[in-house]
Structure formats: C-alpha cells, structure tokens
Design a protein around this ligand. Sequence first.
Ligand code: PLP
Length: 355
Amino acid sequence: MTADPGDPRLSIPSPLRLAFDGEALAANWRTMDRLSGGARAGAAVKADAYGVGVDRAMPVLLGAGCRDFFVAHWSEAAEVMEHAPASSISVLLGPMNDADVQFAKQLGVRPVINSLDQARRWTEAGGGACDLMVDTGMNRLGLRVEEIGNSAVAALDVQVLMSHLACADEDSDLNARQQAAFANVAQQVPHHAASLANSAGIALGNGYHFDLTRPGLALYGGVPRGELAGEVQQVVAPEAAIVQIRRLPAGETIGYGASFTAPADMQVAIVSLGYADGFLRSWSNVGTFTAQDGAVLPVIGRVSMDLTAIDITAAPHLREGDWLRAAYDLPRAAEVSGLSQYELLTLAGARLRRG
Ligand SMILES: *Cc1c(COP(=O)(O)O)cnc(C)c1O
C-alpha cells in the first residue's frame, strides 16, 4: 500500500500526549554523574527508556555526555543503535542462542554474559569484547561467585564487570554484603570497568560507585531514596485535551459509580485521558491537573477507560481543545496509587506517547 501524503490517517492529531522535559532529563543525568563521584554514569534505557521513549531520551543523554547504555533485549539494542555507537550498548539478557550471538558479533553490541553456558557459547563463536554479570545476592541473573574461577570466565575479554543490588532503595544489610562481595570479585576477574550501582545505589556512597554507575529510574524523574529528593527533576507528565466542557448542577453526580456529588453548580472539563492510557483509577477524586496559567484543578468522580472529569470552576477561561497537564510527581504518584515509581513510568506507555 502506498501512503498518500494527503491521507488523513497520517496526520490525525491525538488528544493526549506525554509531555517530556529534555532539560530535566539532561540535568538528572548530570546530577547522577556528579553524585557518582570518580565513577562515570551510564544510563539504563531498557523498556523504551522506562516508557519515556528511546527516540526522545537518547539524543538528550548523548548530548549530556552519557556514553554507556544498558538495554534488556536485543531488539532494544537495535533501537538504541539508531542513536549511539553499538560499542556503547550492553544487552543485559545476554546471548541465549546463536541468533543473539550473531546479532552481537555482526553489529558490535556487547552481550552481558550471565552464566557459564553463555560464556562458552560466546567464546565458541569467536569471543570478543563482552560484559559479565556476577550475582552477589539478588539471585536473578548472573554467574554465582563460586563460578568466577572457571576457565570459561578466564577466556572472556570482560569490558564491564557488573553486579546488581537487590535492596539499594532500602537500608538493608544486604547492601554492604553485596558491595564487599563485588569488591572481592573485581579483584579476581580482569576487566576494564566495574559497575554495581543503580540509581539508588549511587546514593549509598563512594564505596558503591566503582568505575561506572547504571542509573535508570532517577534519570526519568524517580526518587528511589530520600537522599535524592530535591536532586531529581520531573521529566514526564501526561497531558490531555479538553474534549467537552459542561455544567454540573448542584446535587448531581458524575461518572461511574456516582462517586462525586456536586456541592454547588460547577464547571466541568472532560479530558481524553483514562486508565487505558495509564492514568489509573486510583486518581479518582484525588488527582489534580494544572492549566497553562498554573491553576490547580481537581479530578472529580471516577477515572474511566478513556475519560476523566475535572472541576474547572476556578479556571472559567478554559475552552474545549485546551490542554491540561496531570500532576505526576512520581514519589507522590506512587503513594497515591500503591504502585512503584517504576511501574508508573513504564505504564505511561505507547498510547500516550503517540500524541
Ligand atoms: C534496570 C537496571 C538498572 C537501573 O536501575 P534503576 O533502579 O532504574 O536505577 C541498572 N542495572 C541493571 C542490571 C538493571 O537491570
């Protein structure tokens, strides 16, 4: 099918979008880099840069000075490669089969070796630069510490030697135990750079920084530990256009479940944003939006699949087609929704960004 440039399907405007503050993202990366002390900061850009969008995040991160990128899947590496050299990308899942090995070898993306089997598979295919994940207590991915003396490990050309913290966002004894175990591993396995800390790990202090840190959440506006509050800026917020303005007479209810009754006559805006867009029902009667002039406007009634009602009595100048921005400070959103900041970010996914 040939696309006719005049085809209206190509230019249909969306009534919702995920507002993105590139300067805040750049500032957050520089902050994480500074807080990493003598280590340099990389960036976790898996899951489409935590829902923010690889296409939006990558140019900003590169411009800020980031040179090390971490993705989960091989397909994600392909997206990141459109922005950054293959040699700056590490694939956390590692080479599971020959197709993965060929992908890495042909394109020059580094696999993160997670097991002795993966180490052998990589070496048998000719080897070359790779990363190595050693498990120091999370028991998710990575070689066990007892395995690092194996000859399959000695055969590897390890660029980034890494481990991952299980409880960096809490004050757990496991943090210090993992730090000590990793320091020990780093003395035994030759490598170019050692890397332990995620966003929260950066806030645990110098002993956790090694050569390279791997922040994700904090780059995109999340605050995993109290020490980072005030350091991290908000990067994204859902925005939606007003699709209808209506009068809600005193005593009438609004929305499913009739959970809100107007105490007086009100002006109400219906915006095209609902839980199918990741704007969850927990915001019912709790969330707020802001108008462009800064007026703060409460959500009234239950959030439905595609629509949310907002009391705009305080902003009578608003018209259909005007845009409102949802308050989406991640620590507060996590409190209200009972979800983690990670889930809230990745939820604000494809439908919102199409806008
Ligand atoms: C996702 C991930 C990170 C980033 O973690 P944040 O908590 O988002 O900073 C770092 N390292 C690994 C191995 C990861 O999987």
